[in-house]
Design a protein around this ligand. Structure first.
Ligand code: IMP
Length: 196
């Protein structure tokens, strides 16, 4: 099977490719088909993931996987949430996004947060039963960024069970614990049925 990943996010694509590496599928990304950024106009992760999956699936005619994800901070009532990629404004910039979160969280003692992802798989553009899987990774917001691995908000996301930031984890360790790993593990179970 050929599968297109509906994303331009290099960090996200690398994680998804590694997580799906053991499946008998050939992976592409929307860039391979010259598809540009897709405006995320909906108000929930699941709707945005469906919107991206449908667009790329229609354009390519191939099975498509889209993932809409973000950081949800308790004390900020779930912000940045679906606005994670552009929290500090356009163009999307991780350094500015992290700086804005640290400013917003200054002086706040409740540091609880989680990464969330919703993955959507469409077999074909008119697929009436998309596979939809969610993954949540719980942690806390650091007051100072730490580490240089990963992408996005990883340097300020503290992982209590390993006592370090997500950006201090190896690629393999992050990919065994993360929200994306959890969502794709569920999705893979369902995909196996389609592939066999
Ligand atoms: P999306 O492309 O609309 O799903 O945007 C996802 C945004 O959420 C990314 O650009 C990051 O800012 C953030 N994000 C999602 N997953 C992760 C992760 O695993 N680590 C760090 N930031 C993430």
């Amino acid at each position: 099977m050929k599968l297109v990943i509906a994303s331009h996010n290099i960090g996200k694509i690398a994680e998804i490719k590694a997580l799906l590496a053991d499946l008998p599928i050939t992976l592409y990304t929307q860039a391979d088909f010259g598809i540009g950024d897709i405006p995320e106009t909906a108000s929930t992760f699941v709707e945005n993931a469906l919107l991206k999956a449908h667009y790329v699936c229609e354009q390519t005619g191939l099975a498509t996987l889209a993932d809409d994800s973000g950081l949800e901070i308790e004390a900020l009532h779930g912000a940045p949430g679906i606005y994670s990629a552009r929290y500090a404004g356009e163009p999307a910039n991780f350094v500015n996004n992290i700086a804005k979160v640290l400013t917003d969280m200054h002086g706040i003692t409740d540091r609880r947060a989680n990464f969330k992802t919703v993955c959507v798989f469409l077999k074909h553009p008119k697929d009436p039963s998309p596979l939809i899987c969610e993954g949540i990774w719980r942690g806390e917001i650091l007051s100072v960024a730490s580490g240089s691995a990963g992408f996005g908000y990883d340097p300020i996301f503290y992982v209590p069970e390993l006592a370090c930031s997500a950006a201090e984890l190896s690629f393999e360790t992050k990919n065994s614990l993360s929200h994306r790993a959890l969502a794709l593990a569920h999705l893979k179970q369902q995909l196996q049925k389609i592939l066999t």
